[in-house]
Design a protein around this ligand. Structure first.
Ligand SMILES: C[S@@+](CC[C@H](N)C(=O)[O-])C[C@H]1O[C@@H](n2cnc3c(N)ncnc32)[C@H](O)[C@@H]1O
Length: 440
């Protein structure tokens, strides 16, 4: 029996899906954040559940060669990163193993997993959303949440974000402190920067004084002369975990960032879905295009603002995009017009309603699935198994739901290729491309 507050000596032999080290005590798994495989650690048990326990490192008795000094001064306090204590090469091996384990443990599938496609280690994020808090001196500060909590840790930089994003955040909080009387209304600051365009959204619980916002924008613009800035406000209506929603208003400057992605001209607004790591996103989409080559028709389910559909339309005869969010479909239609794409149909429907008919009518079409974290609806899987498209390219940001869906598809499909992409370097999250081919 393991009890809370016990101190145990553990040999770390594997990892959880969150990159925690795993050791065993009397056959019970103990998960140890920041512990590495091959290490021997003394842990203090902080939680005991039915089938596992969680321990905090007290002392490392045997150290892994892969252990390194974290670069960020907020590491282990801020919940943003969980793999800064390990060499980059080793972090990629851990992610490869996380994907492999998900297929084995959740899918019952033994698959070959390719090496993880590398990223720039730091300063790769083109967007961050930081909670704002107010200190005793009525100064607004940017923060991050501790892992699995809403407890804010004040920070003054995030090493994952582009350098200018951190500089913009610092300036904005300084100006909010200087110009606004009521500070508690500020909830979040969202900054997205690509090439020389940056969109800043201030999220608050109350509408903000337009005159002061204009003043803030003027001060920011003179500070960042080489950037094209755009300012938005978002008045939060509901008390939930979604940061940007409700009443989003453009205040000043540019409304969208225009950018070229592999030859497609894209306009990105504060609410648009766009991968946070531009370089790795391009490598991922290039791999999708490679795998899609030779297919005349493509069905792109969960198509978002239509970037991938537009790329696929460069070589296919016709592409059908399916997306549930009306605004995203409007963006996808604008993207189509702007890029003069004629062979693309954007359908605004739930994939579970649109996909069964579409795959049945286009039996030879390639199917691309790029669902949100929760994966693909069970009825979509059933429709796929009935219509049996010859090939499926599944892009996933959650190895657990990918493995669950792969298990269901494995009755009719072989997994022919699995390649993880380090879209979120220094964190345990991983993006995966998985190719399914119909069994003979
Ligand atoms: C990971 S994003 C896809 C991004 C897109 N492939 C691109 O290139 O920008 C997932 C998308 O699935 C959409 N979505 C979520 N549930 C859906 C459903 N049931 N049916 C159709 N689309 C859905 C979301 O609105 C979101 O745009």
């Amino acid at each position: 029996m393991i009890k809370k507050n016990d101190e145990l000596l553990l040999d770390i032999t594997s990892y959880t899906s969150e990159g925690y080290g795993v050791g065993k005590h009397n056959c019970i798994a103990v998960f140890v954040p920041f512990a590495l495989e091959g290490e021997q650690v003394l842990v203090h048990i902080i939680k005991v559940a039915r089938s596992y326990a969680i321990g905090k490192i007290v002392k490392i008795l045997k150290r892994s060669d892969a252990r390194i000094e974290p670069s960020c001064k907020f590491y282990q306090k801020c919940g943003g990163c969980d793999l800064q204590h390990v060499s980059y090469d080793q972090s990629l091996k851990i992610k490869q193993q996380i994907v492999k384990d998900a297929f084995a443990k959740l899918g019952g599938l033994k698959v070959e997993v390719e090496e993880v496609c590398e990223s720039q280690e730091f300063m790769y994020r083109n967007k961050i959303a930081v909670p704002l808090c107010t200190d005793d001196n009525a100064q607004v500060s940017m923060a991050m949440y501790r892992k699995s909590s809403h407890n804010a840790v004040v920070i003054d930089e995030c090493l994952l974000a582009h350098k200018e994003i951190t500089e913009i955040c610092k300036q904005v909080v300084e100006l909010l402190s200087k110009y606004f009387e009521e500070k508690e209304v500020f909830k979040h600051l969202v900054v997205r920067k690509l090439k020389n365009g940056a969109l800043i959204t201030i999220v608050s619980s109350k509408a903000l004084d337009a005159r002061l916002l204009k003043k803030l924008f003027a001060a920011l613009s003179s500070k960042f002369e080489s950037l094209n800035l755009g300012l938005y406000t978002c008045k939060k209506l509901m008390d939930n975990n979604v940061i940007l929603e409700g009443n989003i208003k453009h205040v000043a400057g540019i409304k969208n960032i225009e950018i070229d992605v592999l030859g497609i001209n894209v306009e990105i607004a504060p609410l648009s879905f766009f991968q946070v790591n531009f370089e790795v996103m391009q490598k991922l989409y290039q791999k999708v295009l490679e795998q899609a080559s030779g297919y005349r028709e493509v069905i792109d389910a969960y198509s978002g603002a239509g970037l991938l559909s537009a790329l696929l339309a460069k070589t296919a005869k016709h592409v059908y995009g399916i997306e549930i969010v009306k605004e995203a479909v409007e963006n996808a239609n604008n993207l189509k017009l702007k890029n003069n794409i004629k062979n693309l149909t954007n359908i605004c429907k739930d994939a579970k309603d649109a996909l069964p008919k579409l795959i049945n009518e286009h039996k030879d079409a390639l199917l691309v699935l790029d669902p949100p974290r929760k994966g693909v609806d069970k009825s979509v899987i059933e429709a796929i198994k009935n219509s049996k498209p010859v090939k499926i390219i599944y892009i996933s940001c959650n190895p657990a739901t990918l493995a669950r869906d792969a298990k269901l598809l494995s009755e009719c499909y072989d997994i022919s290729y699995v390649k993880p992409f380090d879209m979120f370097s220094k964190t345990s999250s991983v993006e995966t491309l998985c190719v399914f081919t119909l069994k003979l």
